[in-house]
Every structure is written in C-alpha cells, then in structure tokens.
Design a protein around this ligand. Structure first.
Ligand code: PMV
Length: 333
C-alpha cells in the first residue's frame, strides 16, 4: 500500500494571482459571493505548498506557516475552512496543516489566494476526495474570495452569482496563451493595516461602489477581448482604469482606506510614461496595498525591471510569468 493512503496525507501547490478586473465587496460576506465578476492571471513564480494530514490521533487542528506555529487569527480562519470541508467530505477527523510560501511573507504580497487554494486541494486529496475543478473553486472561495481564481490555470474568470454553486472560477485562456509577466515593485514591506476581509465589508459605504460594480461586467468583457486578441494597449487602458476605480472606492469608504504611498504614485506615473512616451508594453495594477504590479509583455520585463531599479533604491522587486493551476503533488515533490 502507498504510504499516503494509510496516513490520509497529501500536498498541493497553488500559485498566487493578480486581478486585471478586481474583486472588491461582497453581495454575501459569509458565502463570499462577490459584488462583481473578476478576472486574473496566475503568477508562476509565487506559490504556496500545503500539506494536510487528517488523523483520528489529533486532538485539535494545527497550523504551521513557513515552519512556525501560526497565530490564533490565522489558525481560526483555517479551522473554519476545515470545518466547512469536514461537512462537505463527511469526516470528523482533525487536521495537521503545514503551509509554506516561496515568496517573502513580509513583502506585502497577498498569500491568502494561493494559501486557501492549496489548502482546499490538499485537504480534499488527503481524504481521496474526487471533486470537479468547478466545485473546488467554490470551496476555495469560502476561505478567501480570490482563492477561487488560483485553482484553475492561466487566465481565470470568477463569476459573481447569487448562489454558492454558481460562483465558480474557470480558465478563459491557458497560461501559454500570451507571454505576459508581472514585475512587482515592492515599495513597502509593512503589513497592511486593513486587510481585505474588513475592506470588502466597508466597500458599500463608498458612493462610488455602485458605479464601479455596475460597470465592471463591461470592463471584464473588454479585458477578455483584449486578452483573446493579445492587444496590449487595450488591456493596459482597462486594467489601469479598473485598479483606479477600486482605489477610488477604497479612498472614499468609511473609514477611508489609503493604500498608496508617495513611491506608489511615482511608480504609477513612471509606468504610464514608459508606455505612452517610450512604447514599453507595461501597465500598472494595485491590490489592497502600496506595491505596484507592473503587468508587461514578457519581452519588456527586463527593461521594466531596470527602469524600476533606476527610479529608486527603495524599490525591491519580484518577477513572475503566467502560472498554471493548483496541483496535488506526488509524495516525492
Ligand atoms: O480574496 P481577498 O479577500 O483577499 O480579496 C482580494 C482583493 C484584491 O486583491 C484587492 C482584488 C482581487 O480581485 O484580487
């Protein structure tokens, strides 16, 4: 018998993702049903590897992150996810969870998407569950909305819907469809003061949220067409507009959320100039933090990285191509 079979243990790996059309605000916070559909690209170079061991010998669930016992808040959130998975998989077993990111935790790069995607995949595989990809995306979504988009590969759309089963994510183009890259300009290593869960909850308090949500589907269709046609100028225009709209909502929420720092704005302005004046295929997008994701044609990634380095000695960088979907790893990996 295979070792893994007797121990109900499995490992899975999932990539982080960067949204071109943002998820911000829920129509149902408990089910994490988003206000609008979103679209993202998986990041090959940034991933989480998670091992789950279900066992009757465990008195309680446990969680280590990068080899160290996790804090209570992280453990509670993972326990809630495990409770949901126990109900779905019909087990009362407790789980030992070990999660490792290959990217620096303190870099202000979100790990919840790759973390809940890898956790969901590993937890199901360790109980020999065979669930369709679509359902796996809905289960991952319950842990962190953007995690739904880290299960399928390449370029992924996550559907807004009113029912749990209908709010799933799926690949709209495979990773090799277009050689894009993300050069992440890390302008601050500070942990974000207001995380995305609290941010989603206050999104509706902005006068601009309804306008953003009402027009999101049209932008998503434009991004999809730009992707299919590999039209960078079109992609850049809509991706930057969508990021700006989300940050306008953040800044006008109660309490207001200002994630940008002076260097953030300097990078955004430089990126726009490099594209409009110098013809580099690059555009910016930002998540709930000050770091700037410079989405570019892979052929222009080196030039973008060099220009970022010249812009300020205070900018650190992470670089990634387009990643595939979440996978269960074999025992040797
Ligand atoms: O999955 P969450 O709750 O961490 O939300 C992600 C929110 C943004 O990163 C700001 C936007 C997005 O679509 O990824």
């Amino acid at each position: 018998m295979h070792m893994a079979d007797s121990y109900n243990i499995a490992s899975a790996r999932a990539h982080s993702n960067i949204a071109f059309i943002k998820y911000w605000g829920n129509r149902d916070p408990l089910l994490r049903l988003p206000a609008n559909s979103s679209l993202s690209m998986n990041l090959l170079a940034l991933h989480t590897t998670t091992t789950v061991r279900w066992s009757a010998d465990l008195a309680a669930d446990s969680l280590t992150i990068n080899g160290e016992a996790a804090n209570v808040a992280a453990l509670r959130r993972v326990q809630a996810h495990l409770d949901m998975l126990r109900r779905r998989l019909g087990t009362k077993l407790r789980a030992q969870v070990d999660s490792r990111n290959n990217f620096p935790m303190g870099a202000g790069i979100a790990s919840s998407a790759s973390a809940f995607a890898a956790l969901t995949m590993a937890a199901v595989a360790a109980l020999h569950g065979q669930l369709a990809e679509r359902e796996l995306t809905t289960l991952a979504r319950l842990g962190s909305g953007s995690a739904a988009r880290s299960i399928p590969g390449g370029f992924v759309e996550w559907q807004a819907a009113n029912a749990h089963a209908d709010s799933y994510a799926e690949t709209i183009a495979p990773a090799d469809h277009w050689q894009l890259a993300d050069v992440i300009a890390i302008v601050s290593h500070q942990h974000k003061r207001v995380g995305s869960t609290a941010g989603h909850a206050s999104a509706h308090s902005s006068l601009f949220q309804s306008a953003r949500v009402e027009t999101a589907a049209a932008r998503l269709q434009e991004v999809k067409q730009a992707l299919y046609q590999r039209d960078f100028a079109w992609l850049a225009r809509v991706v930057e507009a969508d990021s700006n709209l989300m940050h306008a909502v953040m800044m006008t929420s109660a309490p207001p959320l200002f994630y940008w720092q002076p260097l953030t704005l300097a990078v955004m302005e430089a990126v726009r100039n490099w594209r409009e004046a110098d013809g580099l295929r690059v555009c910016y997008t930002l998540d709930a933090g000050p770091n700037v994701h410079c989405i570019c044609a892979a052929a222009d990634a080196q030039a973008v990285a060099e220009r970022l380095a010249d812009l300020s000695p205070d900018i650190d960088m992470l670089r990634s191509g387009v990643g595939g979907g979440a996978v269960v790893l074999s025992a040797s990996e």
